[in-house]
Ligand binder design. Sequence first.
Ligand code: SPD
Length: 279
Amino acid sequence: MGLWYDETFDDHTRIGLRVKETLFSGESPYQKVEVIDTAAFGRVLIIDGVFMTSDYDEFLYHEMLVQPALCTAPRIERVLVIGGGDGGTVREVLRHAGVKECVMIEIDEMVVNASKEHLPGIGTAWDDPRLHVRFIDGIEYVKTGDAESYDVILLDGTDPVGPGAALFDERFYAGCKRMLTPTGVMALQSESPLLMMDLFVETQHKLRELFSEVHPYLGPVPLYGTGTWSWTWCSNTGEPLRAIRERQQAIVEGSKAYNEELHQAIFALPNYVKRALKL
Ligand code: SPD
């Protein structure tokens, strides 16, 4: 049988990967951080027993979190990423020549160090001079940072357990909105509408209290339970389908998933989601 790593969702469900080798295992002040090499998904980052990202399907997650926001925001000079310690999100941001500065706030230095060493295929932009990584608490940062200082904010957290739980709190979202320029766009990972429908709906309601435009969109991430994942695009002025053609054209060639047609398609919601959100 060999060694398997199981992520357990609940009493009835778990998903397992056969392990070729454990590359890193450490306990930070915040959480347990592991990197394993697997036969099916390549290298996989695991935090507190939950699969975060893998060589095999990370592009499906990171391109979807970043590109709809970066291709629609009126301005993209200053971008804030909260979480995302594996480096996949900032890599996608920094593909845009129009980004002058990308600040990444990650609470756990161990995640970044382990990712730099063991996931070099995901974090390929660590040396970009436009990137500024700070190891501080994102919750505190959005309380005290300068108002209206970012054109785009991206939230790349874990599931709402451990230090990631506060990233699903309405006060945190209000802090993000405070730091966003009036025409800015925020996008976040918003969990699985299948496996975590209550959390998904609750998150949409919290965001609707703060933003006039709140648009969830869906895509596949095979590593995560149920495979169907959601992200949410938020703004007080723009529209998610009004993409900026030149920005799209500049990055589509180098994208594994994102393109102009997909941008339009991902915002189409299946009936079970529309009904849950009363759309
Ligand atoms: N169920 C796992 C959800 C993890 C979401 N964040 C992944 C981080 C990848 N950069």
